[in-house]
Design a protein around this ligand. Structure first.
Ligand SMILES: [Ca+2]
Length: 199
């Protein structure tokens, strides 16, 4: 397909007939703008930790999702870039914190519990999450919740508000495991626990 007009190369315009060849041709839609990573300071603000994270590469980032593939309770970051190229996986090397992973199994609600609201109480702090698997360009996170608990090794109270309207509560749950909770049964099943062998 031909270029429709003259290019203003002085202002950075360029043309490629096949956008999927960007990485091979060395072109970049975002003018090599570096990816950004921001850390929630829990006081309503964010710290720019892009450089310190190591994830500030200049690729044409199009999607970012996370999941813990090393089994240590610390989610990895997956970044996919336009024009093909490598799927970049950033290993999470932040200091270890306690966590709880939740899989929901609906009976009256949908089978994966999508749309459920979860409240997790630890030491007077309430963490609120909704189960909506993150969907980016050609990517999606698992239909699970990952709750970072900081220094708390126990969850004081966990409340599940199912899409059906049912509410379940659990008290004094040990952290650092992946739980499956089934709607309406009060059933908790530990699917996995933090691996002692993972780096
Ligand atoms: Ca990990």
């Amino acid at each position: 397909m031909p270029c429709l007009r003259d290019l203003d190369k002085a202002n950075g315009e360029f043309w490629v007939s096949n956008p999927w060849s960007f990485s091979a041709s060395g072109e970049n839609l975002s003018a090599y703008e570096r990816n950004g990573v921001f850390l929630n300071d829990r006081r309503g603000g964010f710290h720019n930790i892009s450089h310190a994270s190591g994830a500030d590469n200049p690729g044409d980032g199009r999607s970012a999702v996370s999941w813990d593939i090393t089994g240590d309770g610390m989610p990895e970051l997956f970044v996919r870039q336009a024009g093909g190229g490598a799927l970049v996986i950033y290993h999470n090397r932040f200091p270890r914190a306690h966590y709880l992973q939740l899989s929901l199994r609906g009976t009256r609600s949908n089978s994966l519990g999508v749309g459920a609201r979860v409240e997790c109480e630890i030491g007077g702090l309430v963490i609120r999450r909704s189960l909506f698997p993150v969907v980016n360009f050609l990517s999606q996170s698992p239909a699970l919740l990952h709750l970072g608990l900081g220094d708390a090794a126990t969850v004081d109270r966990l409340t599940i508000h199912w899409p059906s309207g049912e509410v379940q509560r659990f008290e004094q749950l040990a952290a650092d495991r992946h739980l499956r909770i089934t709607e309406g049964t009060g059933q908790l099943r530990t699917l996995s626990a933090r691996s002692q062998l993972s780096p």
